[in-house]
Write a protein of this length. Sequence first.
Length: 104
Amino acid sequence: MIDEQSNQDSLKFNILGYNVNFKPESGDISPYPEDVVKMVRSEIEDILDKSPGLDRGQVGVLAALRVATKSLNIESEYRINIEKLQLTAKDALQLIDEVSLAQS
């Protein structure tokens, strides 16, 4: 279903009969191309196990929707956690100020 072939800067693979050149984004937190392919493979296999009659276009779209949903859920959770952290830090600073003023 997915065949991988490495190149210097990109990863070439075949997924659902489509040949794709994948060049990961540069950066410190960019995932390894193999991990991206593994995630896509996992989503496709899960979809095909549950609905083997779907054509490859439908499977591809469903896999993309699943990955996008997971990504948006993670972004939302991250945003909520950052907001909670900021509120906690603000409360802690306020408490420190109150204690400092009380001791003065």
